[in-house]
Write a protein that binds this ligand. Sequence first.
Ligand code: ATP
Length: 320
Amino acid sequence: MPREPVETTQSCNGRCVELAAPAKVNLGLLVGPLRADGFHEICSLMVPVTLADLVKVEPAPGQGLSVECEVCRGEANLAARIVRALERRLPGSYEVRVTIRKRVPEASGLGGGSSDAATTLLAIERLFALELPAKLRYEIAQEVGADVPFFLWPGPQLVMGKGNVLKDVEVPDPLHIVVAVPADLRLSTADVYRWRDEDAQPTLEEFAPRTRRFTLGALAAQRPQDLAPLVTNDLEGSVASRRPAVAGLKRALREAGAFAAAMSGSGPSVFGLFADEERARAARDELLSSSRAARAFYVTDLQPKEEAPRGRRPSSKRDG
Ligand code: ATP
């Protein structure tokens, strides 16, 4: 079993598979130089969290592939794109109806679309009893998006390269996190990286020692508070200077008691770490009642279950 889902309901009398597709939070995100392939070098500590979409995949013989999703239907959905990527690699086609119930705010830096795609692949593997070699699953996921492979495996990971080099890491838990999305603000990942390029062009010589310090810090963290120095996002300054709502929401999280706060991914969502659940829930309520956040969630990190086998990632990438 590649991943222990958050809320698995192998329902429909075995005729469909329904899995939770968790969001991710970038506890820290360092951005390095632009690569020849157009992506940036990154180094990030990513954790899957309890906020999740629900992905249902059911056989639809004779009806082809369909994807129902309130934010993005049909072939444009990353879930459809991963099925097409699978079909390009294996003989035959997959006639399935994919239904996605969105909980994760879209285009907010929480990786919802990437997680839906990875989860669709996991569901199809179960539904059709496929035993895909680790390398093939990884390649299919990567073809759909740099963030997709992360969601194929459970638990926190250090994410490097263009987002495709993954390493399991233990993060002190439980983390009490409030994720907040500024009202009326959506950002495209491409725009945010363009802003960053306008503002800073770090060299590899500058980036490499920062990633070493960051990685060592992540590996050494014993208590949630030890993560505070790692809670940083190199994209945040470029976003906050152009979209002050992001800076305002981060300030509000700090004022509400977060011991560390930053933007997640390419934003605009912002998160804060809290000492305990009670304080975190109170902060979420405060943000919502003050209307500073359009949406706010209390979440915790998802750790892999002890008994869940971890090892289906291609070894060359695992330690790369
Ligand atoms: P990331 O953090 O990986 O940059 P994100 O959280 O910012 O991603 P997503 O929610 O993954 O953004 O969606 C980005 C865009 O992708 C949306 O604007 C939407 O049009 C499109 N999209 C395709 N499939 C999906 C999906 N299943 N869920 C949400 N958006 C999707």
